[in-house]
Design a binder for this molecule. Structure first.
Ligand code: ADP
Ligand code: MG
Length: 398
């Protein structure tokens, strides 16, 4: 696998003495259902960092945010995540009732080497999102080393991602390192052709990404709800398909730019349409992309699936973000399934980013058939857009 450069100090190179305390920022921002972790992918993704620290006899303090609470909110407690971690590690995991304070100090002082204390949701502290130096100082206080393994939060300048690095030696965990290396390789040194597939819901959120890939990629395949902004910009009928008025102008600019670029922009050639956003709604396949009045496009059609799959299989590098249709509903899942299968079958390096795209791959049982499945939605997109990630920048240089 091709890897991009990584200029930061990593946990592998860091010196950790037995009995030292490491503060690790992990990404335990997991979905909960009735008080339990509904998908433990992100917790399992943190295990290599946790194991590296335990092998060296460190005492571990883990911190993460979960959801977007505005202060102390029991529904967003990290207790379900620490329960899940306790099962994965077979014990030795304790949950603190707060982010900073006397209970945390007591908990840390009682930790044996290799044991883990999970702090409460960092966003329970208002200083977290403000990157408050006082909060960061108190979080760093009991630790000898800071490890950032939360790639999914690396685009945020928060106390637990950036603030703490002022007070401790700060290194990258293996997940963060792998994410940055792999995603950087896609834009810096891809095996050609680089084929990028973009779908999902909103153009405006991904416009910078589209723009950048017009400069970098050889082929750009566009599906999902996103394609209807392009069809509208081309003057085609889009019926009741999801089109945000503010997305049409950016789509027009992209079409113009594509004409003069070396990147081939490919839009769907046929569609699956339905009368409403409903699995039971009347549904049909249309052989072009003019959506009849009263209908909405909810998936790409069979010819498009073939065209897209052909490009993907011939790629040297594939990056995929955003489902091709409403894959959550079976009648509109075929487009996304076909793309997932093509990506899984491709010989080139294959990288998938985005929460829903990852969910789709998992649903089709193909998550372990790609080179890299990124755990960080927003952070992955910002890195690919070429923006610096504050949580990475703040780490010690190698
Ligand atoms: P990701 O999380 O992978 O970045 P997005 O969040 O941008 O992807 O978009 C995912 C959502 O887009 C899915 O919930 C999917 O149902 C929806 N979607 C895809 N195609 C369509 C469509 N044609 N009409 C409406 N919604 C769509
Ligand atoms: Mg999403």
């Amino acid at each position: 696998m091709i890897e991009g450069v990584f200029s930061k100090r990593t946990l592998r190179d860091a010196k950790v003495e037995p009995g030292q305390t490491a503060l690790a920022r992990v990404d335990f921002n997991v979905p909960l259902e009735r008080g339990h972790v509904a998908d433990d992918t992100r917790i399992r993704a943190a295990l290599p960092a946790i194991e590296l620290l335990r092998e060296r006899g460190a005492r571990l303090v883990l911190c993460s945010h979960l959801g977007r609470p505005k202060g102390r909110d029991p529904d967003t407690s990290l207790a379900p995540a620490s329960e899940c971690l306790r099962e994965l590690l077979g014990g030795g995991v304790y949950q603190a009732p707060e982010v900073i304070g006397p209970e945390v100090r007591r908990g840390v002082s009682r930790l044996e080497p290799e044991e883990v204390l999970v702090l409460e949701n960092t966003r329970w502290e208002p200083g977290e999102t403000r990157n408050d130096p006082e909060l960061a100082r108190e979080m760093a206080e009991p630790a000898d080393l800071f490890v950032n393994d939360a790639f999914g939060a690396a685009h945020r300048t928060h106390a637990s991602t950036v603030g703490v690095t002022r007070y401790l030696p700060a290194v990258a965990g293996p997940l963060l390192e792998r994410e940055v290396r792999t995603l950087s390789a896609v834009i810096e040194s891809p095996e050609r052709p680089l084929v990028v597939i973009l779908g999902g819901a909103k153009v405006s959120g991904k416009i910078e990404l589209i723009d950048r890939f017009l400069d970098l990629a050889d082929v750009l395949l566009i599906g999902g709800a996103m394609c209807f902004s392009f069809f509208r910009a081309q003057g085609l009928a889009t019926g009741n398909s999801l089109v945000e008025a503010e997305d049409v102008e950016p789509a027009r600019r992209v079409l113009l730019k594509a004409e003069g670029s070396n990147c081939r922009l490919v839009l769907p050639v046929d569609l699956v349409v339905a009368e409403s956003f409903d699995a039971a709604a009347p549904r049909r396949e249309i052989d072009d992309t003019a959506v009849p009045e009263g209908w909405m496009g909810l998936d790409v059609g069979p010819r498009t699936r073939e065209v897209f799959a052909g490009e993907i299989v011939a790629a040297g590098t594939v990056f995929w973000n955003g489902p091709m249709g409403v894959f959550e509903l079976e009648p509109f899942a075929a487009g996304t399934r076909a793309i997932a299968e093509a990506v899984a079958a491709a010989d080139g390096m294959t990288v998938v980013g985005g929460g829903d795209s990852a969910a789709a791959l998992t649903k089709f049982g193909l998550a372990d058939r790609v080179t890299h499945l990124s755990t960080g939605g927003g952070a992955a997109l910002e890195l690919l857009e070429g923006k610096p990630l504050p949580g990475v920048e703040a780490l010690d240089d190698a």
